[in-house]
Ligand binder design. Structure first.
Ligand code: NI
Length: 256
């Protein structure tokens, strides 16, 4: 039987140089059967939902990315809640979180909107997909303090083995992507080897962070098997095992 994968974090709405049909079919051909699109900002909601209604195997998440929190208003909250309640293709709240890499001039607002969106996810009983860049401690502290019952997926995990263990202990899931194939990504390779498969998911974060040998090019969901193969090699196991666990985890958390 062919392996069956899920790309849990793929901005296919942002891929400009490949047709949507070709993205979805190319993914299916290599066993990437389901794709979840995370939102970046409010203007991405409608186009994402349109893609979801066109392709039965594509799902989405709603949320405001940390760099976009200045656009937040009460209307944003209303919109997220209404769209999530009226559309069964909305399977999570994301991507939300903290990013201290680009700009640290509004971290207080980032935290405030992150907390707000965790509360919305709790109310809607949806999982959260979290973006954490150079903000490990604050991200962890906010989730453990404010999250009441939503499953947590740390997307594009970038912490150390020690931080990964802390997150696993707290019950979080971690998603690994193309970075794990980079030659110099020692930390990520260590995490891929150390973490339990019961907590692992796969993602491309397309169109960014394409795996080797496509590094620097447009990333696509069809590269998920390359990431899975790399993790299998690192763990001295077969790709079937990686597919089985990561797909089961994604289906359970996102109810897809
Ligand atoms: Ni993303």
């Amino acid at each position: 039987m062919k392996n069956y994968f899920i790309d849990t974090h793929s901005h296919i709405d942002m891929i400009e140089d490949v047709e949507l049909d070709s993205i979805i079919n190319g993914a299916k051909e290599v066993g990437v059967e389901k794709i979840i699109i995370p939102a970046a900002n409010e203007s991405s909601f409608e186009p994402m939902l349109e893609i979801c209604s066109k392709f039965e195997n594509v799902y989405c998440m709603l949320g405001i990315f940390p760099e976009e929190v200045k656009t937040w208003s009460d209307k944003t909250e209303e919109k997220i809640i209404n769209l999530a309640k009226s559309n069964d293709k909305v399977v999570g709240i994301g991507e939300i979180g903290l990013d201290y890499y680009w700009d640290t001039s509004f971290t207080a607002l980032q935290k405030q909107i992150f907390i707000k969106q965790i509360e919305i996810a709790n109310e809607l009983k949806l999982p959260i997909a979290v973006h954490d860049r150079e903000a490990h401690k604050d991200t962890f502290d906010i989730i453990t303090k404010y999250n009441k019952g939503s499953d947590v997926l740390l997307h594009c995990f970038s912490g150390s083995v020690e931080f990964a263990r802390e997150c696993i202990k707290a019950g979080f899931y971690l998603a690994l992507g193309g970075v794990v194939t980079f030659k110099n990504a020692k930390k990520m390779k260590e995490v891929a080897i150390d973490m339990p498969l019961e907590r692992l998911m796969l993602e491309t974060d397309a169109p960014y962070l394409a795996p080797v040998p496509y590094r620097g090019k447009t990333n696509q969901p069809k590269y998920i098997p390359i990431i899975a193969q790399e993790i299998a090699n690192l763990r001295n196991t077969n790709v079937e095992e990686i597919a089985k666990y990561t797909t089961e985890n994604a289906e359970k958390v996102f109810k897809i």
